[in-house]
Ligand binder design. Structure first.
Ligand code: TYD
Length: 207
C-alpha cells in the first residue's frame, strides 16, 4: 500500500549506508517543498517519538549487544510507534512526510548484513508499518570506505567492519533493483546540490 493510495499526502524516505548525507538532503528537500507551499513533516528512524528516542539510545549504544532478531524487533517497535502517531496522521492531513530511514533499513542492516532471514524481516516490516510503503525511497549510494570516513564511526553500527557495511550496500542495491518504481538510486559522491536536484526532479513526477 503506497501512501498516495487511499491517503492524501506524499511519503518519501531516505536510505543509505553511513555517511551518505541523508540528513543534509532531508533538510534541503524539506526546505524546497515547504517553499512550494507544502506542509512538510520530517522525522527519522529510530526515533521521532518519545518511545523511539528511548529505543534509539539502547539500539545505538556501543555497550549493547543483541541477538539480530531481537534487534530487528526493537527497530520494528520504534517504527510502529512512529507510523501510528506521526506518519499516518500527517499523511491523513495531506502533509508531505520525509523520513530519514524506514523499513528498508531493517532489510539492509538486520537482514542482509546481520543475517536475519528476509522472510521474518518482511513479516516484521508488514506488522510495524501496517503495510504502509513510501511513494518514493531515495537510496544515497556511496562506496563504503568513503561513507565510513565521513561518518567517523561513533555508534554501534558505524563501528561494524567494512564487510558488514558492504553487505548493507549490497542489500540496498538489491532492493532498489527489484522495485525501480519506488526507488531512486543517486550517486552520493556528487555535489550536494546535484543530488538535491535529482531527487526533486523525481518528486515532481509524483505531484
Ligand atoms: P543514525 O545515527 O541515524 O545513522 P545514520 O546517520 O547513518 O542514519 O543511526 C541509525 C543507525 O541504525 C544506522 O547505523 C542504521 C541503523 N538501523 C538499523 O540497523 N536498522 C533499522 O531498521 C534502522 C531504522 C536503523
Amino acid at each position: 500500500m503506497r501512501a498516495a493510495c487511499g491517503l492524501n499526502g506524499l511519503f518519501i524516505t531516505l536510505e543509505g549506508g553511513e555517511g551518505a548525507g541523508k540528513s543534509v538532503q532531508l533538510d534541503a528537500l524539506a526546505a524546497e517543498l515547504s517553499g512550494q507551499g507544502r506542509n512538510v513533516v520530517t522525522t527519522r528512524e529510530p526515533g521521532g517519538t518519545p518511545l523511539g528516542d528511548r529505543l534509539r539510545e539502547v539500539l545505538l549504544d556501543l555497550d549493547s549487544e543483541f541477538d539480530p532478531l531481537a534487534e530487528a524487533m526493537l527497530f520494528a517497535a520504534a517504527r510502529a510507534e512512529l507510523v501510528s502517531t506521526v506518519i499516518k496522521p500527517a499523511l491523513d492531513r495531506g502533509d508531505f512526510v520525509i523520513c530519514d530511514r524506514y523499513s528498508d533499513s531493517t532489510v539492509a542492516y538486520q537482514g542482509y548484513a546481520s543475517g536475519v532471514d528476509l522472510m521474518s524481516i518482511g513479516q516484521l516490516n508488514q506488522i510495524s508499518t501496517g503495510g504502509l510503503l513510501p511513494d518514493l525511497t531515495v537510496l544515497l549510494d556511496l562506496p563504503v570506505e568513503d561513507g565510513l570516513q565521513r561518518s567517523g564511526g561513533s555508534d554501534r553500527f558505524e563501528s561494524e567492519d567494512v564487510a558488514f557495511h558492504e553487505r548493507v550496500r549490497k542489500g540496498y542495491l538489491a532492493l532498489a533493483e527489484h522495485d525501480t518504481e519506488r526507488w531512486l538510486v543517486v550517486d552520493a559522491t556528487q555535489e550536494r546540490i546535484a543530488i538535491t536536484s535529482q531527487i526533486l526532479e523525481r518528486v515532481a513526477t509524483l505531484l
